[in-house]
Each structure stands twice: as structure tokens, then as C-alpha cells.
Design a protein around this ligand. Structure first.
Ligand code: 16G
Length: 248
């Protein structure tokens, strides 16, 4: 049964507000694939007639779903289904590969840059190494189901992962390589996150639609011995990515 034929599904006597029920119907239509990402949903008027709910109630449901990120509007054009967001759990140290796989997508990378560089003062300080000592710089475009999601630039002391650049970094997980080739087990990370505008190159690489912001994430990851192993500057698409944390 389609979303426009669900009038009977609204429970007018029960305790659940009608707008919540409308949200649940739309959520179910999205989850079930009846409404696909970037598909235009029926107008407020159509939904109001079909579901027998006031336009104000429909509007409340759509406004909430828009601010929650499951719908988006195009001015003058209507309301559309947003793409499902990918969640990064913040209380556990995970790799991009793990995050993407656990959401049912296929992770991949395109190596944009890989080189050995002398550590700048800032890098040397972050990674607790001598300025001028070699660092590996690895810049990758990260993809989920072949669609660009993030640009990650990782810096690692070359001394802890000699020969890393000789390994295939386009298909493997960096964290897996560190564990299997160098016995490096990453234990903790400090991460800062801020909203920002992408620059022109980031917009092009991430194939960002106009006006979509990005999340800039800096991460310093340390080993189980407490040694800093990786300093990362990452840029994630703001429309595809969600950070999740559980507070107690
Ligand atoms: C995550 C990490 C990044 C790490 C990468 C390794 C951020 C915010 N977090 O994306 O620091 O380099 O995972 O992923 O960038 P991989 O093991 O799949 O290569």
C-alpha cells in the first residue's frame, strides 16, 4: 500500500500525536524503498488529502523530518528524500573501513597523494618526534559505494611503519596494514570536529552540491603503548555523515 493510501493507518483515538504518525508512515516508506533518496515526496496538500490530516499537521511532520536530516527542501521545488547518513560512533576507535562496512556500504579509496616528508614543527610536536625526521603523508579520497564521502590526510612517523608507501593503500585499510605489517595496535584518539565551508578543490573531489557544508575532523591517534602514531586532517561531507555519541 502506498503512502497516499494510508489514511486508515492513522490512529485518531490513541495517545500518539498525528504528526508523529505521519512521520512514522514517511519513515517506513523511506525504509521500505517506496520513497527513494532524492525522490520528491507528495506535496503537503496531497498528503493532507490522502491521509486526512490537516496541512498544519503534515507541515509539522515534514519540518521535523527536514531538521532531523531525513528530508530536504529545494526552494520552490518541493521536499525530497535525503540520503541515509553514515554514522561514526565516537566512543569507540574505528577505521573508515569498519564504519562504512558496518552500515552496509562498500568502502574504497583513491590515493591522491603519498610521500615522505620532513616533519614540520607542528607535526613533530603532535607526533612526539624530532622536527625534520621523516613522516609518511597519505592523502586519500574515501568512498562508500563508489561515491565520495571524505578526504583524509594522514601523517605517520615513518620510523614506526617503514616501507608503508610500498604497500597497496588504495584497497587496504590503513589500520589493518598497521596491525598486520607493523604490529601497531591503535588504542585511543583525540578528535576535534568543526563545521566549515569546503574550498573549491574539496567541493570538486567530494562532488558536493552547492551550499552543502563539511565537517573538519582532526584526529591524533595513539598506540596501546601511548605513542602518537597518526595525525589526521579529514574533511567529511556534511550531508552524508553523522557523528554519534552516547552520554551517560
Ligand atoms: C578513520 C579515521 C582516520 C584513519 C582512518 C583509517 C578520521 C576522522 N578518522 O577515518 O584517522 O586514518 O579511519 O581508515 O579521519 P582505514 O583503516 O579504512 O584506512
Amino acid at each position: 500500500m502506498g503512502i497516499l493510501e494510508e489514511a486508515a493507518a492513522l490512529d485518531r483515538q490513541g495517545p500518539t500525536p498525528i504528526f508523529e504518525q505521519v512521520k512514522a508512515l514517511l519513515d517506513a516508506a523511506i525504509a521500505g524503498g517506496e520513497l527513494a533518496p532524492h525522490q520528491r515526496i507528495p506535496s503537503e496538500r496531497e498528503l493532507s488529502v490522502a491521509l486526512g490530516a490537516s496541512r498544519m499537521t503534515i507541515r509539522q511532520a515534514l519540518t521535523e523530518m527536514t531538521s532531523e536530516g531525513s528530508l530536504y527542501t529545494r526552494s520552490g521545488k518541493g521536499t525530497y528524500v535525503a540520503e541515509r547518513k553514515i554514522e561514526q560512533p565516537l566512543q569507540r576507535l574505528t577505521s573508515f573501513t569498519e564504519d562504512i562496512r558496518s552500515r552496509g556500504f562498500r568502502p574504497a579509496s583513491r590515493v591522491l597523494e603519498q610521500q615522505l616528508l620532513p616533519a614540520s614543527l607542528e607535526m613533530a610536536e603532535a607526533l612526539a618526534m624530532r622536527p625534520g625526521a621523516e613522516i609518511v603523508r597519505l592523502r586519500r579520497l574515501r568512498l562508500a559505494d563508489d561515491r565520495p564521502l571524505a578526504i583524509e590526510t594522514a601523517h605517520l612517523p615513518h620510523a614506526i611503519c617503514p616501507g608503508l608507501l610500498g604497500l597497496d593503500l588504495s584497497s587496504a585499510s590503513l589500520y589493518d596494514l598497521l596491525a598486520t605489517h607493523y604490529g601497531i595496535r591503535l588504542r585511543s584518539a583525540k578528535q576535534t570536529i568543526e563545521a566549515s565551508q569546503p574550498d573549491a578543490e574539496e567541493r570538486r573531489l567530494l562532488e558536493l552540491p552547492p551550499a552543502v557544508p563539511v565537517l573538519r575532523i582532526h584526529r591524533l591517534t595513539s598506540t596501546d603503548q601511548g605513542r602518537p602514531a597518526e595525525f589526521v586532517r579529514a574533511v567529511y561531507r556534511g550531508d552524508r555523515f553523522q557523528l554519534h555519541v552516547e552520554l551517560r
